[in-house]
Design a protein around this ligand. Sequence first.
Ligand SMILES: [Zn+2]
Length: 353
Amino acid sequence: MKLKDVLKPLRKMAPESTAEAWDNVGLQIGDKEQIINKALLTVDITDSCLEEAREKGCELIISHHPLIFKPLKNLTTSDYIPRLVSKAIKQGLAIYAMHTNLDLAEKGVNRALGDVLGLKRGRGLVPSGYKEYVKLITFVPITEIASIREALWTQEAGFIGNYDHCAFETIGTGRFRPLKGTNPYLGTIGKDEEVEEIRLETIINKEKYLDLIEQIKKIHPYEEPVIDVYPLAYPKESRYLGEFINLETPVNLEILLNRWGKKALFYGSKDEFKRIAILGGSGSIGVEFALKNKSDLFITGELDYHELIQAREEGLSILLLGHGASEAPVLNNLLEIMPIEAQIAAKPYLVTL
Ligand SMILES: [Zn+2]
């Protein structure tokens, strides 16, 4: 399968446009037309990971942490990152990074961690921008309306709260005159035409409307379909990193540790928790919001010494799982949507607690 097609479900799950401005996500090495048979999924790209890709015949590595993050000054073998980059290029590997866009995704890093710990979905923890919508309008001959509607729903247009398939349709008259060189669906070249059309309007997430336009163009019977897109002042749904989970019945520390099943560091004096904040990877930005939500436990990958002191002083218990380890559960969610053969690296992260 061509690389660009392999990446489609991944881009749908975590659009690159949702990554933080300082981040560097997306295709880092490779050619979107190259053929990929097998992929390796990892948190970090390391020597052992490149070696494993070579041994297993993988042409693509999908990583959570971007291999190329800071601008590269050289591609020599004496520096760590440049050496890995040149090694990957020599191997003919494609490399695709899903970082903060995967942190923010609905089935991303934080939900995957929550699932492993057996914690139900909570509300957002750290506000991080907005999810914006656009109004999309197209004009369709009545006979073709069903197929266009279907395209809207499959591209996730028409969601308002807990309603889907939301649209508004009005019947009107479309006018046009096909000029020389056209191949009109109906009408005669050089003659004014009138046709009964439906004006079909719906809303769609701002990050997804370009894909929808592409899809409509593919199936719309007209050579030049009219598709209007208007920005909407609202609704704007807040987007969050991490989750705050308020349990009905408290959970015991031992149960959480058993579900986790790997090394963990606990700082605290209680052993039952009801108000739990989770944030995979580095938890620095989460402490303040865990406290604001009156959490009694904050589960994260890592914290620095001073943040730990602050949390403990304010009565917040802390459970550290290790940076890479706390992010690795999301690889299972990626594996589920891979359209080609894929597997998780033997060592998706090297540094453990
Ligand atoms: Zn991370």
